[in-house]
Design a protein around this ligand. Structure first.
Ligand SMILES: [Fe+2]
Ligand SMILES: [Fe+2]
Length: 192
């Protein structure tokens, strides 16, 4: 349903639980990045009115998630600090083909996969974390991320049709699984 080509490894939650502060900080940065990416797309594709409104709604929701995570950090005494982004999103964006219309298609699908992976991981966090407050937080958030995944796929389907979207999504999902598999295991992040 989320169109991912792999499942997160067993034991991932146990691994992140050892540096929960890092996971929460990284998650806050991910929400900020998701909002700014959607806003950048509004600027780049402002001649496409059918994209502008859903992206604006998405950016607003991601900023609400960002503020929620700032609250979580503050409540736990974790300073909101600079964090070098994990290579995951950058490596995935490098799969985007140059030149339109491929560039838009790949951008929408890569972003859909990042949302899907966040959702898959939040589901695991909502089931396996030992802290009940955080389990509840992730249970609340994962439905939005699933919606964001489908929103990006639907935009792509509207432009390029079901078959072309499916085919390219399958290729990019395989890349996503490969990139995640090669991610450094020594860092605790949402996407490592
Ligand atoms: Fe979010
Ligand atoms: Fe999202």
């Amino acid at each position: 349903m989320l169109n991912l080509a792999s499942d997160t490894e067993a034991g991932w939650v146990q691994r992140v639980e050892q540096r929960l502060d890092h996971l929460l900080l990284d998650h806050a940065h991910c929400e900020k990045k998701a909002a700014s990416t959607a806003i950048n797309l509004i600027f780049r594709y402002q001649m496409r009115p059918e994209m502008v409104r859903p992206l604006s709604e998405l950016a607003r929701e991601e900023l609400q998630h960002f503020e929620l995570m700032l609250d979580v950090l503050e409540a736990r005494g974790i300073p909101f600090d600079i964090l070098q982004p994990s290579p995951y999103a950058g490596e995935l964006m490098a799969c985007v083909r140059k030149g339109e219309p491929q560039r838009l298609m790949d951008t929408l699908l890569v972003l859909s996969l990042i949302e899907a992976r966040s959702c898959e991981r939040m589901k695991r966090l909502s089931e396996e974390l030992s802290d009940p407050e955080l389990r509840a937080l992730y249970k609340d958030l994962l439905a939005s991320e699933a919606r964001h995944h489908h929103g990006y796929v639907d935009l792509c389907t509207g432009y390029y049709g079901r078959e072309a979207t499916r085919a390219r999504l399958k290729e990019l999902a395989a890349e996503e699984a490969r990139i995640l598999d090669g991610a450094p295991r020594d860092q605790v992040r949402m996407h490592t």
